[in-house]
Design a protein around this ligand. Sequence first.
Ligand SMILES: C[S@@+](CC[C@H](N)C(=O)[O-])C[C@H]1O[C@@H](n2cnc3c(N)ncnc32)[C@H](O)[C@@H]1O
Length: 188
Amino acid sequence: MIKTWTKWFEKLLFNSDKLVNLYDKYYKDIVKKEIRLAKIKSIDKVLIIGGGAVPCTAINIANTTDARVDVIDIDEKAVKSSKELIQRLGLEDRIKIYLKDAKNIDVKNYDVIHIALQVTPKEEIVNNIWNRCSKGTRMLIRQPKKFLKIFYSNLSEVFIMGKKDKMKKICENNGFNTIDDLLLLVKD
Ligand SMILES: C[S@@+](CC[C@H](N)C(=O)[O-])C[C@H]1O[C@@H](n2cnc3c(N)ncnc32)[C@H](O)[C@@H]1O
């Protein structure tokens, strides 16, 4: 329900710069913390999985760090809208958008991989990436608030416990958002 609502909401507002700016306020602080957590720098190649029609995470990472960012999304309309928005913002040299399912992606060339809250099936995708990515790759994963977990595809406790020594987290449980923790997994 929340996943569908977010997708629908983004498609509704991508056309208006004012609404995009307003929506961006929701993401700004979260992305700032993620940049700090993963130590994202201009030399990093970043992949955003699940950019949506309004890829605020990609925009904030590109603008704050100057890193080159690729974005993928499985939804054709979201990809079309986000390409239009990125062009309108003049960011098309730094942010590239592709129509792709995260289940079949080549991740070898990325230093940082960011996985949106709504990405499905989460554990299968995270596991695939973990098995294929290069040593040192940093993965950022957003964890939903506990009472919202039923609306998302989630990582299992077994997975989380198994990667505990490779994981750092920041608690983001501060009021009006859907996120509980920001996780960083570093490939060894
Ligand atoms: C609504 S967006 C929210 C992201 C937000 N705009 C941001 O900047 O962080 C989440 C997107 O994840 C996409 N998605 C879900 N599963 C996916 C998968 N397996 N591969 C690629 N994209 C996926 C959905 O199509 C949706 O557009």
